[in-house]
Design a protein around this ligand. Structure first.
Ligand code: SF4
Ligand code: SF4
Length: 313
């Protein structure tokens, strides 16, 4: 799918409209877009002659064809409106002094599922704070494992474009749900960006809010377009909910367990607490979308059935 719009439309519909969440998808593979190296905010560098702009088509806030992305990424549509497509949800804890997230990354490096990873380096206190860094081994990755989604908010997707330019393969990422939305558009679009050859494991950090003004229009809590979603939300203290969506995600979790880096504490966890966070965010932000303008909600392309279910949650 390619929409015939370009950077001017991206500016007017997303950046100036207050929808931008500074994810870096628009400037990951387009030389006419960049992000401000002080504030992390996206901007158009120069006018291009494109009528079908990669920036517009990569942005998760211009349009998000959820069903189409799910079918292309997972070969099926969601079984749960709020959580998305998944194969399993387990509750785990770390078996060592490292946290679960780092143990998953360490496993992915050991098993050569990834050879590099895009992580965020915190540059300031006010989101977007995380600027992309490309890390080449598990030891260095430890310094950049996000402790919260606010600390992980910023143009991380630009790191995927940079990794491609550096001809890196098997590149992982720990992103907020919005990063994974942008990446999923790049991975499933009809543009030949190089993202498909570059990206491997995608881990999402479940997010109530990234602390940016555009966050109030976000209804993805769990990181629906990841291989694994990591949620401390709704798990007992010191434990984590892992939503496993793909075979690749399952492989990483299985290996981390067999190496005794993490262990399952509950195979069939009670999801009610996690769903409370999830529905609270979705309901509140969906009302923000409608309140701002029904036009603003068009990026989700919701039909009446979706609207009814969202408002009933
Ligand atoms: S792709 Fe991300 S950074 Fe770029 S305009 Fe859209 S939301 Fe903002
Ligand atoms: S709420 Fe979280 S996932 Fe949503 S746009 Fe903000 S940082 Fe991204």
């Amino acid at each position: 799918m390619k929409v015939e719009k370009s950077s001017q439309d991206l500016e007017s519909e997303v950046i100036y409209a207050g929808l931008c969440i500074h994810c870096g998808s628009c400037n990951a593979f387009c030389p006419h877009m960049d992000f401000n190296k002080e504030t992390g905010e996206a901007y158009v560098v120069d006018e291009c002659a494109e009528t079908i702009g990669l920036c517009y088509n990569a942005c998760p806030r211009t349009f998000l064809p959820v069903n189409e992305i799910e079918n292309k990424m997972f070969g099926k549509n969601r079984i749960d409106l709020g959580i998305g497509v998944y194969n399993d949800i387990i509750q785990v804890k770390s078996n060592n002094s490292d946290d679960v997230l780092y143990n998953l990354i360490k496993t992915a490096f050991i098993e050569k599922i990834i050879e590099h990873i895009v992580l965020g380096e915190q540059k300031s206190e006010k989101p977007p704070v995380a600027f992309p860094v490309i890390i080449d081994n598990a030891k260095n990755a430890k310094n950049y494992i996000p402790k919260s989604t606010i600390a992980n908010a910023g143009p991380l997707l630009t790191g995927i474009g940079q990794a491609y330019l550096e001809q890196k393969k098997k590149v992982g990422i720990i992103g907020n749900p919005c990063h994974l939305q942008g990446l999923s558009k790049l991975l499933t679009s009809d543009f030949n960006t190089g993202a498909k050859e570059t990206v491997s494991l995608k881990i999402a950090y479940a997010c109530s809010s990234g602390g940016m003004s555009g966050c109030k229009f976000c209804i993805d809590f769990s990181g629906e377009f990841s291989d694994i979603s990591y949620s401390p939300w709704g798990a007992p203290k010191g434990e984590i909910m892992l939503i496993i969506r793909t075979e690749l995600g399952q492989k990483v979790v299985d290996r981390a367990i067999s190496k005794k880096l993490i262990e399952i504490t509950e195979k069939n966890p009670n999801l009610s607490e996690m769903k409370k966070f999830l529905y609270k965010k979705r309901k509140k932000n969906f009302k923000n979308l409608i309140g701002k303008s029904l036009i603003t909600a068009k990026y989700l392309r919701l039909n009446l059935h979706d609207l009814k279910e969202l408002l009933e949650e």
